[in-house]
Design a protein around this ligand. Structure first.
Ligand SMILES: Cc1cc2nc3c(=O)[nH]c(=O)nc-3n(C[C@H](O)[C@H](O)[C@H](O)COP(=O)(O)OP(=O)(O)OC[C@H]3O[C@@H](n4cnc5c(N)ncnc54)[C@H](O)[C@@H]3O)c2cc1C
Length: 387
């Protein structure tokens, strides 16, 4: 795809963000409703296959396009951006080593806008250590496995058509820590969903608990070979997940900055007749925030583009992008609220939602603390998972 095609694809995302996502954002937040209208509009425009290779019918994009799309959506509604982002992460995991059968059953409908997938890794037992599943997968016949365990915070939970689930081999002969990823169709028997998601922010995510009770899944749904999960985690899940989050929260930070800029431009005091835009301390504060957002944006774009170009060191930059965006969005939204005064602090203000959404940036795994340790390890040539 050339630059012009890419630009027109992003314009489509922009149109959807303005025409569909923005008008629904307040209700999505207030009602903790899954952002169906926005997701369906993206599917209708062929964006469901954004990161699916062109050879499988997708748009063939990578991290850079994912960052840009999530950023655009995140400017209007962080939940819509993450729900779409998680679908893209799931579809990139399926695409990584898809068999012809998986291409036909999952990737074709994804590209045709008929299928939403998502990632189901986290578990209550291992918490932020999302790469340590305890859900078991046991061979029950030559052509089927049985899955048992509990997943938590499954974004798009109960709404997707399939779930990319991480599992550990149940067999006592299996090597310790033999992880795999497998696609579980939404209608598989034995799935039970927990209560609706009620978060402080990111309220449209439908990030629900998923209980798997002896769920029978065809062997042909296994992604790659048994025990391949760590390969998936570092080569696909981590980069795509981190950049989806980085793009989303970058979008939120951009909107907060704009809210502050607009307020300072419009607000006049009657006793002086002058605008807040003329107060040098406020000019200074706004300028500082702009620099924070802009340097984070550049890091995110650089990290995503380096990964797409195959730079072997790009994962460090990708990890740093998510960390820096998390710091940036929390600071910028918080500061924007100060700059917007009581108007920003009112319930129902845009910053009210942004502040709650932004708090998820540090705690969505891999969390800021974990990523900083991993970045240090990468720089020191230490294995990332050394504890
Ligand atoms: C809105 C939202 C959406 C999500 N979507 C998904 C999804 O789609 N799919 C999915 O699989 N998961 C998802 N998650 C799960 C998420 O990524 C985390 O795995 C989850 O929030 C972990 O929560 P916990 O309460 O178990 O954390 P805990 O494990 O209890 O951790 C609590 C704190 O301790 C810190 N900590 C824990 N262990 C260590 C350590 N060894 N060293 C240093 N610090 C440590 C953590 O960084 C964290 O700050 C989502 C979570 C949220 C909030």
């Amino acid at each position: 795809m050339d630059r012009q095609d890419f630009a027109s694809l992003m314009l489509k995302v922009q149109d959807i963000a303005e025409a569909v996502v923005a008008p629904n954002a307040t209700a999505v937040d207030a009602e903790a409703g899954w952002p169906e209208a926005g997701i369906r509009a993206l599917q209708r425009e062929g964006l469901g296959g954004l990161v699916v290779p062109a050879a499988y019918g997708g748009k063939g994009h990578g991290l850079y396009a994912l960052a840009r799309a999530c950023e655009i959506l995140g400017q209007e509604c962080a939940s819509t951006a993450i729900c779409f982002g998680m679908h893209c992460v799931g579809s990139s995991v399926i695409s990584a080593n898809a068999t012809p059968d998986q291409q036909a059953r999952f990737l074709a409908p994804i590209c045709e806008g008929r299928h939403i997938t998502t990632l189901s890794l986290s578990e209550a037992g291992t918490g932020v250590h999302f790469y340590l599943p305890q859900t078991t997968m046991e061979a029950v016949s030559d052509d089927a496995f049985s899955l048992t365990g509990n997943k938590t915070f499954v974004t798009n939970g109960g709404k997707a058509d399939s779930y990319v689930v991480s599992v550990v081999a149940a067999s006592p002969e299996a090597p310790i820590g033999q992880f795999s990823c497998i696609v579980v169709p939404a209608d598989a028997e034995g799935i039970r969903w927990g209560a609706n998601w009620e978060g402080l922010g990111m309220r449209g995510n439908s990030s629900r608990t998923m209980e798997l009770q002896g769920v029978r899944v065809p062997r042909r749904n296994l992604l790659g070979k048994e025990g391949d999960q760590i390969w998936y985690i570092f080569n696909v899940v981590l980069p795509y997940f981190l950049i989806a989050m980085a793009g989303t929260f970058l979008g939120a930070a951009t909107t907060a900055l704009e809210e502050a800029r607009r307020h300072l431009s419009r607000r006049y005091h009657t006793h002086t007749g002058s605008s807040l835009a003329q107060a040098s301390v406020l000019q200074h504060r706004l300028g500082t925030l702009w620099g924070m957002v802009e340097r984070t944006r550049r890091l995110t774009y650089h990290a995503a583009a380096s990964f797409d170009a195959g730079d072997p060191d790009s994962l460090t930059a990708v990890m740093a992008a998510k960390v820096e965006v998390a710091d940036c969005v929390v600071t910028v939204v918080n500061e924007a609220m100060t700059l917007c005064g009581g108007i920003g602090y009112r319930k129902g203000s845009r910053l009210h939602r942004l502040l709650r959404d932004a708090r998820a940036a540090h705690l969505m795994s891999p969390t800021t603390d974990i990523l900083r340790v991993w970045i240090g390890r990468a720089l020191l040539g230490q294995p990332l998972l050394s504890d």
